[in-house]
Design a protein around this ligand. Structure first.
Ligand SMILES: C[S@@+](CC[C@H](N)C(=O)[O-])C[C@H]1O[C@@H](n2cnc3c(N)ncnc32)[C@H](O)[C@@H]1O
Length: 267
């Protein structure tokens, strides 16, 4: 890949996904684009980048952007957000006599996060309905999420044996999530770079382990979109290494029992 093509490719990727790559990611780009090349029967990365830059091929652009996303995820990632849901945010909704709690799992990858939230909702009888929306930029990864079907390896990452036995059926294709968990969760493709008014308002937003891929300017823009999608007093939960500090003054910081932070909308 020529240095010019690498630079032009990075600009294109950031424009469409927000994902910011620096020079030392050249190897990563080449490895991931090689997979797209194989699928399309093309022979050179430079030819691929040339087509992306000079022709309007939305399907090719989509395949390339999907190939550049990192979909690493696991069940009950970091634990504290899910404990806080059970011990702080759901009891708070109960006290407020809410009829429905709407939760958005933004950049949800293959579904482990929204389904973990649904398991917390299923484990106790709450006096409100829980609606969960999972979104991601990649329709390919969302197809996996929608299927609710997982292999042993992915279930081995963060899921207890008790939950595996309670919430999954073993089938010849793999472990199938039960309707008891999937029924609360809906999935939709959504790019965090774009305004999200059409999704409605939420009481809680999980947007975890995705801001790390973006520039400061992009983070500011996305946090503003997320703030606008929260109900009054709504709560934003980011990844363990992410924060709104220095990026937005619309939130107060709340320390959660057992570690971690949440960000509550104040204006
Ligand atoms: C590392 S995964 C995080 C999954 C999950 N939130 C977690 O913490 O385990 C990051 C996800 O962000 C998605 N993503 C990247 N850029 C995005 C964007 N601009 N809009 C929406 N999703 C995006 C990727 O497709 C990927 O599935």
């Amino acid at each position: 890949m020529t240095p010019e093509h690498f630079q032009q490719f990075c600009t294109l990727l950031e424009q469409h996904s927000g994902i910011l790559l620096n020079q030392d990611k050249r190897y990563l780009v080449e490895t991931r684009l090689s997979r797209v090349l194989r699928d399309l029967n093309m022979t050179s990365i430079d030819e691929l980048v040339d087509r992306l830059l000079n022709r309007c091929e939305p399907a090719l652009l989509k395949a390339v952007i999907e190939a550049m996303t990192t979909n690493e995820t696991l069940w009950f990632r970091d634990e504290y957000p899910f404990n806080a849901l059970r011990d702080v945010f759901f009891p708070e909704a109960e006290t407020a006599r809410k009829r429905t709690v709407r939760i958005w799992s933004a950049a949800c990858s293959s579904g482990q996060e929204p389904y973990s939230i649904s398991m917390i909702a299923a484990e106790k009888s709450w006096p409100f309905a829980v609606e969960i929306l999972g979104t991601d930029l990649s329709s390919k990864i969302l197809a996996q999420a929608k299927s609710g079907l997982y292999d042993d390896l992915s279930l081995g990452r963060g899921l207890s044996l008790a939950r595996k036995q309670q919430f999954f059926d073993q089938t010849p294709q793999g472990w199938q999530l039960k309707n008891e968990i999937t029924r609360r969760v809906r999935f939709e493709v959504a790019n965090l770079l774009e305004p999200v008014a059409s999704l409605g308002r939420f009481d809680l937003i999980f947007c975890r382990n995705v801001l790390i891929y973006f520039s400061r300017e992009t983070k500011i823009k996305i946090i503003e979109h997320l703030a606008n999608a929260l109900n009054q007093n709504g709560v934003l939960i980011l990844g363990a290494s992410e924060s709104v500090q220095q990026l937005s003054d619309r939130f107060s910081i709340e320390r959660l029992p057992g570690g971690g932070m949440a960000f509550r909308l104040i204006k």
